[in-house]
Design a protein around this ligand. Structure first.
Ligand SMILES: NC(=O)c1ccc[n+]([C@@H]2O[C@H](COP(=O)([O-])OP(=O)(O)OC[C@H]3O[C@@H](n4cnc5c(N)ncnc54)[C@H](O)[C@@H]3O)[C@@H](O)[C@H]2O)c1
Length: 318
């Protein structure tokens, strides 16, 4: 299979690209490097620096492609509240431009990385795909709009379309920006360094943490499986973990002591969020294989940033 991955130098994208070339597929990546790191890509991946809204570049890169994985997006929920226009331009506009380019070149399949965050605060958990989304941030709005654009345009243009609603993916190589870092790598970094973790809200809020290999397997299958046109499919672990539970599991895996401060004045986001993964099991034969504890150990062992902290500590204590 020949694939193009937009946003393929990012966290999920580089894992997907490397796995696809390992499986013998031909992989092209377009990424503007606003967040990605091309040095994480296998040398067999053909990398092009560029914006997903650059149609002429897309026409060239789409030539002969069997499946597009559309991952290019701005991904911070709080930042999307500050810069909604940018989120709309990239996440919605980028998707529409990509679909137009696919129509022009005659590409017949797209798998889009959507997000579990579009469900918002739901009483009934786990959430399945029939639940009416509660769009609480511009990021959620942009992902939901992008889903609708691929489905609607897909019908008009004869393109098969699938959206995977990914929950909280974590694993090695996830970016750690100074502002609004994702909790997984941020908490690992703090615990390994003996730093303080600030938990917003009560710490009882729950999320569904899914290891990157399970996400990549779901994306890989979705790229090849037929009969899933216009489907939205949840991809999570199906297991609900509180923020406090996450901190404790990281501390056990790291053999460290967490220093936790609670800031109850600032919201910790929705109270509960966990994926019902039955549809993924039915349509993609999806079975998450990596437990949270194991996934955190893999993350610490495989991510060079965490290896460095650990070896510096071992060095200091010997
Ligand atoms: N990580 C998660 O837990 C999670 C959960 C749900 C959905 N998703 C979705 O999965 C996709 C990948 O997320 P990620 O966690 O790897 O984030 P990421 O920020 O690591 O990856 C996104 C990539 O898109 C690139 N990009 C941004 N704007 C671009 C543009 N205009 N043109 C080309 N490239 C551009 C960035 O440089 C980055 O490499 C996103 O669409 C995100 O919404 C991620």
């Amino acid at each position: 299979m020949k694939c193009l991955i937009t946003g393929g130098a990012g966290f999920i994208g580089h894992h997907l690209a490397n796995q696809l070339v390992e499986l013998g597929h031909h992989v092209r990546v377009i990424d503007d490097l606003s967040a990605g790191d091309p040095s994480l890509l296998d040398s067999r991946v053909l990398f092009t620096r560029g914006d997903v809204r650059d149609q002429p570049k897309l026409w060239t890169l789409l030539h002969d492609i069997d499946c597009v994985y559309h991952l290019a997006a701005k991904v911070s929920l709080p930042q999307s509240v500050l810069y909604p226009r940018d989120y709309n331009d990239t996440n919605v506009g980028g998707t529409v431009i990509l679909m137009e380019a696919m129509r022009a070149v005659g590409i017949k399949r797209i798998v889009m990385a959507s997000s579990g965050t579009i469900y918002g605060d739901q009483k009934r958990q786990p959430v399945d795909e029939t639940v009416v989304p509660e769009l609480l941030t511009p990021y959620a709005v942009s992902k939901f709009a992008a889903e609708h654009y691929i489905f609607t345009l897909g019908v008009h243009y004869g393109i098969e379309t699938v959206a995977l609603r990914i929950f909280n993916a974590y694993g090695p190589g996830q970016a750690l920006p100074p502002a609004y870092p994702p909790v997984g790598p941020h908490f690992i970094h703090q615990i390994l360094n003996g730093g303080t973790i600030v938990v917003f809200g009560s710490g009882q809020q729950t999320r569904d943490y899914v290891y990157i290999d399970d996400v990549v397997n779901a994306l890989t299958v979705a790229g090849e499986r037929h009969g899933i046109d216009r489907q939205v499919i949840n991809i999570g672990s199906g297991i609900e973990t509180s923020v406090e539970g996450l901190v404790q599991t990281i501390a056990q895996a790291a053999n460290g002591e967490p220093h936790v401060l609670y800031n109850e004045e600032q919201s910790g986001g929705v109270r509960r969020l966990v994926a019902d993964i039955e549809k993924a099991q039915d349509l993609l034969a999806y079975e998450p294989k990596v437990s949270l504890r194991l996934g955190l150990e893999y993350t610490m062992n495989l991510d060079t940033r965490f290896q460095l902290i650990r070896s510096a500590k071992t060095h200091a204590s010997s």
